[in-house]
Design a protein around this ligand. Structure first.
Ligand SMILES: [Zn+2]
Length: 444
C-alpha cells in the first residue's frame, strides 16, 4: 500500500508542470503567491517525501485547482506517513464530501475523530449528516463542535437553524448573530491559507494586561448578543490621523507603539506587511501559529532577519485555558522549538489564542519563564475587512505605549497600515517590538 502511494506520489510530482497551468488559472486573486508556494512545497517534498505539513498544503493547492482526485491521493499518502495529522482527515473528508462520496467522507471524518476531537471535523461531519437528513446525528456533531470551541459561530448558526437556540448561545460568548467574515469552504481548511480560528477578542475572557500596557482593554469592545449596526463613521484621512496623534500630546520618551500580528504566517499578507514595515522603518511582533510557521519557514527567517520579534501562538491555535497543562505545554514547546530552530534565539513571548487565559495558564507560562502578551488596542480586522473601518477602530483605541492587535491572515491590516504608521511617524513615534517594550518597562 505504502509503495503504491509513493509511486503515485512520484508521478504527481513529475506531473507538476501540467498542474502548474491549472493552479495558475485557478486562483485569480493571488496567482504568483500560489505559484511560489507550489514550488516551495514541491522543493520541500523532494527533500523530504515524509514532510506531512508540506504534503497537506500541496493537497490544498491541488484542491483549489479543482484537482480533487490528485488532492485526495496526496492526502491519503500523507495519512500513511502520519496517521495522527488531524488536518488531513478534515481535508480528505471534505474533498470526498465535495465529490459526493459521502460514505467515504463519513469514514474519514470518524477516523479523524478517534485521533483528536477536532471541532472542524465535528462541524463538517455535522454538515454531512444534515445534508443526509440525519438531524439528530447532525445536532450531536454540532454540539460536540461547540463543546470543543464555544464561540464557533458556524456551528452555533447550524444549531440555531435546527431549533437549538438558548442552551448553546453560551452566556459568555456573544457570537451568535455575528456575520461570518472569514469562513471559507471546508475543503480549504488546513494550514496553508485558512486556519480554523475565531477572532481573539470575540472570545477574550479575563484578558490580562500586557507588560507595559498602560491601558486596560477597553470595555466597549464586548459584542452584544443582538447584532448592533456598525456606527456610521467617516473614513479618516492621513491628516485627521495626524491630528489624533498630536492630541495625545505624549512626552517624547513615551512616543512608541508595539504593533502585533497574530495567526500567520500567510503566504500573501505577511509578505505585504513585512514589505510595508521595511519601507516605513517599523518593527513589529508576529505571534505565529506553529503549524503555519512550519509551512513558511522562509517568512519566519525574514521576520527575524528584519528585526521583528517572533512569538508563540501555539501549534494549532489551541485555547490554552481549555487544554490540560500537559497538552498546552506540548503545543507551545513544539512551536517554540520550531521558531528557535529557525531564528537561533530563544522564544519567550506567548500570546494565548483567543485571548483565553487563566491563573493556571499564567502560572504555567511563568514556570517556563515565558511572557504572556495581550493587547490594549484591537483592530478587529477579522470582523470587518474594510481598511477604513480598521484604521478608524485603531485610531480610536490606540494611545502612546499601546500594544495593537492585528491579524496577518486577513487582507485589511496591510491596506491601512501605511496611513497609520505615517501619522505616528510624523509625530516622532517609534514602532518597537515586544522585546523592546519589555526592556523599556524593566528599565523604567
Ligand atoms: Zn489567534
Amino acid at each position: 500500500m505504502n509503495r503504491f502511494f509513493t509511486l503515485l506520489f512520484c508521478i504527481l510530482l513529475l506531473h507538476g508542470t501540467c498542474t502548474h497551468a491549472a493552479v495558475k488559472n485557478f486562483d485569480n486573486n493571488n496567482p504568483p503567491d500560489l505559484m511560489r508556494d507550489f514550488e516551495l512545497l514541491r522543493k520541500r517534498i523532494k527533500l523530504n517525501p515524509r514532510d506531512v505539513a508540506a504534503l497537506n498544503s500541496l493537497g490544498i493547492i491541488y484542491a483549489r485547482a479543482s484537482k480533487l482526485n490528485d488532492a485526495i491521493k496526496l492526502w491519503q499518502y500523507a495519512l500513511n506517513v502520519d496517521p495522527a495529522y488531524i488536518h488531513l482527515y478534515n481535508n480528505l473528508g471534505s474533498a470526498f464530501k465535495q465529490m459526493g462520496r459521502r460514505e467515504e467522507a463519513r469514514i474519514v471524518f470518524k477516523t479523524g475523530l478517534t485521533h483528536s476531537s477536532s471541532y472542524w471535523i465535528h462541524y463538517n461531519l455535522g454538515l454531512l449528516e444534515k445534508e443526509e437528513g440525519n438531524v439528530a446525528a447532525a445536532v450531536s456533531c454540532f454540539k460536540s463542535c461547540v463543546a470543543q470551541n464555544p464561540g464557533f459561530e458556524p456551528a452555533i448558526k447550524q444549531l440555531s437553524e435546527l431549533g437549538y437556540h438558548s442552551e448553546l448561545s453560551a452566556k459568555n460568548h456573544h457570537t451568535k448573530f455575528l456575520s461570518l467574515g472569514s469562513y471559507k469552504p471546508p475543503v480549504e481548511t488546513g494550514n496553508i491559507d485558512f486556519y480554523p480560528l475565531l477572532p481573539e477578542s470575540m472570545q477574550q475572557q479575563n484578558s490580562s494586561t500586557a507588560p507595559s500596557s498602560k491601558r486596560q482593554p477597553s470595555k466597549n469592545h464586548s459584542v452584544t448578543v443582538k447584532k448592533k449596526q456598525e456606527k456610521p463613521f467617516k473614513p479618516l484621512s492621513l491628516s485627521e490621523c495626524d491630528e489624533i496623534v498630536k492630541a495625545f500630546n505624549a512626552p517624547q520618551k513615551d512616543r512608541y507603539l508595539a504593533i502585533t500580528f497574530d495567526d500567520g504566517p500567510h503566504h500573501t499578507y505577511t509578505r505585504e506587511i513585512l514589505d510595508i514595515l521595511k519601507s516605513e522603518g517599523a518593527k513589529a511582533t508576529f505571534f505565529v501559529v506553529g503549524s503555519r510557521a512550519e509551512t513558511y519557514p522562509d517568512l519566519i527567517t525574514r521576520m527575524n532577519n528584519e528585526g521583528h520579534d517572533v512569538g508563540n501562538h501555539s501549534w494549532e491555535h489551541r485555547s490554552l485555558a481549555k487544554s490540560t497543562t500537559s497538552d498546552a505545554l506540548t503545543s507551545l514547546r513544539r512551536t517554540n522549538e520550531l521558531i528557535s530552530g529557525i531564528t537561533a534565539k530563544p522564544c519567550i513571548l506567548v500570546r494565548p489564542p483567543f485571548g483565553h487565559t487563566s491563573a493556571r495558564v499564567k502560572n504555567m507560562l511563568h514556570q517556563e519563564s515565558w511572557h504572556e502578551i495581550m493587547w490594549d488596542s484591537d483592530s478587529r480586522d477579522w470582523q470587518n475587512k474594510n481598511p477604513d473601518v480598521i484604521l478608524y477602530r485603531v485610531m480610536k483605541s490606540v494611545g502612546p505605549g499601546s500594544i495593537v492587535l492585528f491579524h496577518d491572515i486577513h487582507p485589511g491590516a496591510a491596506m491601512m497600515l501605511p496611513t497609520m504608521l505615517r501619522a505616528f511617524k510624523a509625530n516622532g513615534y517609534r514602532f518597537i517590538t515586544i522585546s523592546d517594550l519589555i526592556a523599556l518597562t524593566n528599565a523604567s
